[in-house]
Design a protein around this ligand. Structure first.
Ligand code: ASP
Ligand code: MG
Length: 471
C-alpha cells in the first residue's frame, strides 16, 4: 500500500464571521487535492471554540452552571450555521442531532462541576473534547457532501494516553491501535477523518494532549502509519524569514531542518511546538506547513538536517518583553557549586530561564515571564549583586549554516554597530546566534539584519553574482 499523507487542518478562523463555511470548504478542497495520496485528515476545533469551552468550565467551577452552558450558545449556533450552508437535508439532520447531544451532555457536566468543583480535571477534558468531536463530524459530512469517501473515526479509540488531564502523553500501544483502526479504511479507499487533540486513558476516560494538540495528533498518526508527509494547514504562508509585522517583505522559507524549526518555535513562530513534531522527527517524516488560503504555494517543508539546505541563514526571529537578570559575585571565581545554587533559586521559584551567558564573575539570564521575579530576587541577592533590566528583546539569527560558516557574527554585528548588544550566545553545534537588544531598537535591528541576510543576498543573486553573504 502506498504510504499515506496526513493532513491536519487547524480550523483557526476568525471566530463568528461568515468565513466559517468557506473555511470548511477550504479543508474540503485541500483534501480533494490530496485524495490520490491517501490522506488521513486530522482536524482541530473551530477557531476560538476551545477557548470558549475552557472559559465555560471556569464559570461552572465558580458555581454558575447555567451561565456556563449559556456562554456556549453562540458557538453551537455557529456550528449549525455552517451545517445549514454546507450539508444536505439528511446529513444536516444528523449533525444537528450531534450538536443537540453535545449541548445536553455539556450542560450535565457543567452542573456536576458547579456542585463538585474537585471533579473538574477529567470533566474539563470531556467538555473541551467536544470542540474536536463536532468539527471532525462536520468536516466528514462536508467531505461526503463533496463526493469524497470520508469516514469519521473517534480519536479516542486509537490515541491511548496516560491520565494527565489537559496534558496527556500517548502510550506505546497507540501506534498499533492507530494502524488497526485506520489501515483497513485506507485499504478500502476511504478517507479517515479524526479529531486532533483528544485521546482516552486506559480506562476509557477522555483526555486531551495540551493546547495546539491537533498538530501533535497528526504527527502521532503520521508516525504510526509511517506517512509519506505530514501537512499542517494554517492560515499563514508557512514559516517566514521574519515577523511580517516588523519586516513587511518577509518571505516564506522553503525548507528548514527540524532543529531550525524547533529554535523558531520558541520565538512564537506560531507554527509548531517542537514537541508536536517529535513523533515525525523520530521517524524522519517530513512536515509541511501550508496555507489553506493559498493552497498552491509550497509552504515550508521541515526535514532532517541532512536534507535541509545547509548554506544559509533561514530566519531572523525575535521576542519582545524579555527581562534579563545579571548576578555578579566574586565568589564565583574559580569556585564550584555556584551555578547550581543560582539555578536552584530559579528552580525553587519555578521561573523558566531561556538564554544564559557567563563570565568569570557574573552570570546573565533571560526570562520571558517575569511575574515570579519579585519573590525570587531576595534569594538571588544572597548569591551576589543583582541587576535587572526590563523591556529587552531577544534576537536570534537561525540557520544550519551557522554551524560551520566563519565570519557570520562579524557580519551580523557590523550592520548594527550603533546598537547596544548584550548576552551574545552561540553554542558549538548550535544553529542560532542569539543576543539581546533594547526592545525599542528591536524592529530596527531585525530590519537591518533581514536586509543583509535576505534582501541584499536575493538582489545580488538576481544580479547573477555569487556573493554569498552569510552563506
Ligand atoms: N483545539 C485545540 C486548541 O485550541 C487543539 C488545536 O487547535 O490544535 O488548543
Ligand atoms: Mg483550536
Amino acid at each position: 500500500m502506498p504510504r499515506p499523507t496526513i493532513v491536519t487542518e487547524r480550523l483557526a478562523l476568525r471566530p463568528f464571521t461568515s468565513e466559517d463555511a468557506p473555511a470548511i470548504q477550504n479543508v474540503v478542497a485541500v483534501v480533494k487535492l490530496a485524495v490520490n495520496s491517501r490522506p488521513v485528515v486530522v482536524v482541530s476545533a473551530l477557531g476560538g471554540f476551545t477557548n470558549s469551552l475552557l472559559r465555560s468550565v471556569e464559570i461552572a467551577i465558580d458555581g454558575d452552571a447555567r451561565s456556563a452552558s449559556k456562554s456556549l450558545e453562540s458557538e453551537f449556533e455557529r456550528h449549525l450555521n455552517i451545517a445549514e450552508q454546507l450539508l444536505n437535508h439528511e446529513r444536516r439532520a444528523a449533525f444537528v442531532s450531534a450538536v443537540g447531544d453535545a449541548r445536553s451532555k455539556i450542560r450535565q457536566l457543567h452542573k456536576i462541576i458547579a456542585a463538585h468543583p474537585v471533579t473538574s480535571p477529567p470533566l474539563q477534558d470531556e467538555i473541551v473534547a467536544y470542540g474536536e468531536h463536532l468539527s471532525s463530524q462536520l468536516v466528514t459530512a462536508a467531505l461526503i457532501e463533496a463526493g469524497v469517501n470520508a469516514r469519521h473515526v473517534d480519536a479516542r479509540s486509537c490515541i491511548k494516553t496516560d491520565d494527565v488531564y489537559g496534558a496527556a502523553t500517548p502510550l506505546p500501544e497507540t501506534a498499533s491501535a492507530i494502524c488497526a483502526e485506520i489501515e483497513p479504511l485506507l485499504i478500502a479507499a476511504k478517507v479517515p477523518v479524526l479529531g486532533g487533540f483528544i485521546g482516552s486513558s486506559a480506562r476509557g476516560v477522555t483526555t486531551t494532549l495540551g493546547r495546539g494538540g491537533s498538530d501533535y495528533s497528526a504527527a502521532i498518526v503520521g508516525a504510526a502509519l509511517n506517512a509519506r508527509e505530514i501537512q499542517i494547514w494554517t492560515d499563514v504562508s508557512g514559516v517566514l524569514t521574519a515577523d511580517p509585522r516588523v519586516v513587511p517583505n518577509a518571505q516564506t522559507i522553503p525548507i528548514l531542518s527540524y532543529q531550525e524549526a524547533a529554535e523558531l518555535a520558541y520565538f512564537g513562530a506560531k507554527v509548531l511546538h517542537p514537541k508536536t513534531i517529535q513523533p515525525a522527527i523520530d521517524k524522519s517524516i517530513p512536515v509541511r506547513v501550508c496555507n489553506s488560503r493559498a493552497p498552491k504555494e509550497g509552504g515550508t517543508l521541515i526535514v532532517a538536517e541532512s536534507e535541509a539546505a545547509p548554506q544559509t541563514v533561514k530566519a531572523i526571529a525575535h521576542k519582545n518583553g524579555i527581562t534579563t537578570v545579571q548576578v555578579t559575585s566574586a565568589r564565583m571565581l574559580g569556585a564550584y557549586g555556584f551555578l547550581r545554587a543560582l539555578f536552584g533559586v530559579f528552580d525553587d521559584h519555578r521561573v523558566a530561564v531561556d538564554v544564559v551567558t557567563t563570565s568569570e564573575v557574573s552570570v546573565s539570564l533571560s526570562i520571558d515571564d517575569a511575574s515570579g521575579l519579585l519573590e525570587l530576587l531576595p534569594d538571588l541577592e544572597k548569591l551576589g549583586t543583582v541587576q535587572v533590566e526590563e523591556n529587552r528583546a531577544i534576537i536570534s539569527v537561525v540557520g544550519e549554516g551557522l554551524r560551520n560558516t566563519p565570519g557570520i557574527a562579524a557580519r551580523v554585528f557590523s550592520v548594527i554597530d550603533d546598537i547596544n548588544v548584550t548576552m551574545i550566545s552561540v553554542g558549538a553545534s548550535s544553529v542560532n546566534l542569539t543576543f539581546m537588544v533594547e526592545e525599542a531598537r528591536a524592529a530596527e535591528t531585525i530590519s537591518r539584519l533581514h536586509r543583509v541576510c535576505f534582501e541584499e543576498q536575493f538582489e545580488s543573486r538576481q544580479a547573477a553574482s555569487d556573493l554569498t553573504i552569510m552563506a
